[in-house]
Design a protein around this ligand. Structure first.
Ligand SMILES: Cc1cc2nc3c(=O)[nH]c(=O)nc-3n(C[C@H](O)[C@H](O)[C@H](O)COP(=O)(O)OP(=O)(O)OC[C@H]3O[C@@H](n4cnc5c(N)ncnc54)[C@H](O)[C@@H]3O)c2cc1C
Ligand code: SF4
Length: 559
């Protein structure tokens, strides 16, 4: 039976890629000087995305310019209304790249909440938790618990103090190109009604041109994807993703240990696990991460997280407390083999999650993002000094990343996440052998298919759903409220939806989206676009996500 053949609560097959529209390259790539822009600004270096990668790049460039008494005009564009509001992580942070970016500071000066003092890895069944020996990749001694929002606000202050122009509330909507060269970006217009007609507060998009544009959009970057596709840059495996849904809780009972779990409630044919970190003894970050190659089309990561909060391991901390923040984001999980062969070209570099610099076995990406920003800054600086921002000097960025701990770490764990495509138990055994052999077993590369190509079965009841009680468990609408999302209701739909989406696929979207953007009403797909929290899962498996009016989306504070 196919997508259209599901009837009377029976199973149906869903292959999401069949209903996914192509990347809208006509919107994402524009010739420089294309009509329609309001203001125009010229910079030396333009950075898209004020996450750890983008801000580290800006800071290192400003440091290098100062050291040599030079003057580099650097601008950072961020789509969130204020710094950090669209950033979400775990997070346990490896301080290594912070030390390199700020050699004069001590760990105690960084915006971390505290060192990891105790750690526990547990295997869960629906009622019990069995402590496991901590795998080497999950050892966190020497690392720090932190909030990415706080890190980003702190980095933003440092960048601004060094003279970097940080423009918040300005999403880059298109790459401006000139032949094969990236010449800058065009921002998204604001003040359009649902049909795309200008309102009284309409502001035309702005063009920002620069000698070099650094794309640091984070996971599933739209402009990065457009550039890679346009320049036909490939990777050995397609990039794959996981979706993380996270809550912050004020708890009655203090937590002093970072906890990672495997097993329940993630089905055995999916890859995933949970984390629980103390930001303060009574302020706990709780999250569940599930690979988007899951096989059951009824799986719902938000629902699974709600079920999880009822498990005795978590409940003992959460009971009587308050869920104060909620959010979601995808993580690039493909690792070494999914990193694009080239992350630089004429006038452009790609950093951080947009390039796939994440080590999944250790759930780490922040220090790789920062390191990629540092290395990009050095290559850009050398190019600008030589008066050349073409592909040749920027290729030094690729060489230095390849020689750095980023690619060494990713190489060591190159097949570990990929091994789980055959399910939890087979994957667990293979991953253990890979750990023992330093990544040499089984040799070669485990081939993957894009998440959208994975066939799923819609088995009703597989993700049983919960009736939220508003104390320990919450609906998606409650979650969106707690994300601080205050997107204008009358905004144009920023999601590009495929034609003739069958009901089974619409139901799959409704479960896949953690923010309740998709609903099935009267046998058809209904889209509540303003609910979107920019997690990008839809862009991996369903309708395409495109940048929308600045300041839309969540307003995370401590994610
Ligand atoms: C649930 C979860 C748990 C994680 N846990 C950990 C952990 O414990 N430790 C760890 O090290 N890593 C962890 N990671 C990974 C880590 O958060 C990322 O690797 C890291 O944030 C990547 O940094 P980045 O700068 O590349 O992207 P981001 O942090 O995503 O920043 C990108 C920025 O670009 C902005 N942006 C995007 N598109 C545009 C546009 N078109 N125009 C303007 N602005 C734009 C975004 O709003 C955002 O502010 C986790 C990730 C998730 C989702
Ligand atoms: S619409 Fe897509 S990007 Fe937005 S919250 Fe839902 S899954 Fe995430």
């Amino acid at each position: 039976m196919d997508e259209t053949g599901k009837g009377k609560g029976e199973t149906g097959k869903v292959i999401p890629a069949r209903y996914q529209p192509p990347l809208p390259l006509d919107r994402l790539l524009l010739p420089v000087g294309a009509p329609g822009a309001g203001d125009h600004m010229e910079l030396d270096v333009l950075i898209v995305g004020a996450g750890p990668a983008g801000l580290a790049c800006a800071i290192e460039l400003a440091h290098l310019a100062r050291r040599e008494h030079g003057d580099v005009n650097i601008g950072v564009l961020e789509k969130a209304e204020a710094l950090g509001e669209h950033c979400l992580s775990g997070a346990v942070v490896n301080p290594r790249a912070f030390r390199e970016l700020f050699p004069d500071l001590k760990d105690a000066d960084f915006p971390f909440r505290g060192p990891v003092t105790k750690e526990r890895v547990a295997f869960l069944t629906s009622r019990r938790a069995f402590t496991l020996p901590t795998p080497p990749t999950m050892h966190n001694a020497g690392n720090y618990v932190a909030s990415l929002c706080e890190i980003v606000r702190w980095l933003g202050e440092r960048a601004a103090a060094l003279g970097v122009n940080v423009f918040t509330g300005f999403p880059a909507a298109s790459l401006l190109v000139d032949g094969r060269r990236v010449a800058g970006v065009r921002t998204a217009a604001t003040g359009l009604d649902r049909e795309g007609r200008p309102l009284s507060n309409y502001m035309a998009p702005n063009d920002l041109t620069a000698k070099v544009t650094a794309l640091a959009e984070g996971t599933r970057g739209s402009l990065s994807q457009a550039w890679l596709e346009w320049q036909a840059v490939t990777s050995e495996n397609p990039q794959i993703y996981a979706l993380g849904v996270k809550e912050i809780w004020e708890t009655k009972r203090p937590l002093d240990t970072i906890v990672h779990t495997l097993g329940w409630p993630v089905p055995t044919d999916a890859f995933g696990g949970s984390f629980m970190y103390p930001l303060e003894p009574n302020l706990v970050a709780l999250g569940l991460v599930v690979g988007l190659d899951y096989r059951n089309a009824a799986l719902d990561v938000h629902d699974l997280l709600q079920q999880m909060t009822l498990h005795p391991l978590f409940r003992q901390y959460l009971e009587g407390g308050e869920m104060v923040e909620w959010g979601a984001k995808t993580i690039p999980e493909g690792g070494y083999y999914a990193v694009p062969a080239r992350r630089s070209g004429d006038g452009v570099v790609i950093l951080g999650d947009s390039a796939g610099f994440v080590d999944v076995p250790s759930l780490k990406g922040i220090h790789y993002a920062i390191q990629s920003g540092i290395l990009a800054a050095r290559a850009i600086h050398a190019g600008l000094k030589a008066g050349d921002a073409s592909a040749a000097p920027l290729a030094e960025y690729d060489r230095s990343v390849n020689a750095s701990f980023i690619m060494k770490d990713l190489f060591r764990t190159r097949n570990m996440r990929l091994a789980f495509k055959d399910g939890f138990y087979a994957g667990g055994v293979k991953a253990a052998l890979m750990t023992l052999t330093g990544g040499r077993f089984p040799g070669g590369k485990i081939p993957m298919e894009p998440d959208g190509e994975v066939e799923r079965t819609l088995t009703p009841g597989a993700s049983p759903g919960i009736t939220p009680d508003g104390r320990l468990t919450f609906s998606k609408v409650d979650g969106v409220f707690k994300s601080g999302n205050a997107t204008r209701d009358t905004i144009p739909v920023h999601l590009v939806i495929g034609k003739d989406v069958p009901v089974a696929v619409a139901e799959f979207y409704a479960r896949m989206c953690p923010a309740g953007v998709y609903e099935v009403a009267q046998g058809a797909l209904r889209v509540n676009a303003p609910n979107c929290v920019d997690c990008k899962a839809t862009d991996v498996l369903g309708p395409r996500w495109t940048p929308r009016e600045g300041g839309s989306g969540p307003k995370y504070k401590r994610m």
